[in-house]
Design a protein around this ligand. Structure first.
Ligand code: GUN
Length: 283
């Protein structure tokens, strides 16, 4: 079977180019603020990549860096300032936050019309009601990638592994809204391999290197790999790419699949926030 490689890097680059032109033509001057607490190298790298991509598409950006021992109050104060800052369109709090910080309170503190991550319960509720406004970037980016490759999930058996609020749950909602029949699996799912084998489209957010092997995958399935894992000094996904590509109909690589789509979607969400605020939209 000839497998289709879903090239998130190329797709995101095309979309960023279009976005930059749209921003230039809009006359708007969108701004993203990032908030990071602590010095986790992975989180710092992601935040740097977000700022670099902002520059590429002519979105202004500011970074608030808080110490690893910052209190919940300190983070909430930073969010309050950004909420009140008329120049800021989007606010992104890099997760995970250090353990002493109440992440739920922080997520709820972000103004819903600046919540470009889409993690606020109101935005998640809108998504689950089928009337989304801001949609979390990773699952939205995956839907964009599927659309770019003309993969219509309507009527498909979709299996999502992982029930996090940033990927698994919103992914299940988006697939449901797109008329797939969705099974949301998690760490307590019985007979996971049986569930996976039924999938016409599989989205894995397990976080374990090469967890999904060729024998587990239905021939011709669309396989979306959200995992980013280190294996022998290499970056690999949840999916054993070289084995699974022999049975799948379509597959995302790691790196170069879902990751670049997430960042491109953050840029799109930030421009959306700027446009909505410019229109003074009330929702
Ligand atoms: N940490 C890992 N992925 C993400 C993301 O998409 N958004 C935020 N805010 N933090 C993350």
């Amino acid at each position: 079977m000839v497998v289709m490689i879903l090239d998130g890097k190329a797709c995101s680059e095309r979309r960023l180019e279009i976005l930059r032109e749209e921003i230039d033509e809009s006359g708007l001057n969108p701004h993203l603020a990032t908030v990071i607490a602590g010095s986790d190298p992975g989180s710092q790298m992601y935040v740097r990549m977000k700022h670099r991509t902002c520059e590429q598409v002519h979105i202004g950006s500011v970074g608030i860096e808080l110490p690893a021992d910052a209190t919940t109050g300190r983070v909430l104060e930073a969010i309050r300032r950004l909420n009140d800052d008329a120049d800021i369109d989007g606010i992104l709090v890099q997760l995970p936050l250090p353990g002493q910080i109440d992440a739920d309170r922080v997520i709820r503190a972000v103004r819903t019309d600046k919540d470009v991550d889409g993690f606020h319960p109101l935005n998640l509720g809108l998504l689950f009601s089928g009337k989304p406004n801001f949609i979390p970037c990773t699952p939205k980016g995956i839907m964009t990638l599927l659309a770019e490759y003309h993969i219509d999930v309507a009527g498909m058996q979709a299996v999502v592994i992982g029930r996090s609020i940033d990927v698994g749950r919103p992914m299940a909602a988006l697939l449901t809204n797109a008329d797939a029949t969705v099974t949301l699996c998690h760490s307590r799912t019985k007979n996971l391999a049986d569930e996976v084998k039924r999938a016409d489209i599989l989205v894995s957010t397990v976080g374990r290197a090469h967890f999904i092997t060729a024998e587990m995958v239905k021939p011709g399935a669309v396989v979306i790999d959200v995992g980013i894992n280190q294996l022998n000094g290499r970056l690999v996904g949840d999916v054993d790419f070289s084995g699974v590509r022999e049975v799948a109909g379509a597959i995302t690589p790691v790196p170069g699949g879902v990751g670049p789509m997430t960042i491109a979607t953050l840029m799109e969400n930030t421009f959306l926030a700027a446009k909505l605020r410019a229109c003074n939209t009330v929702w």
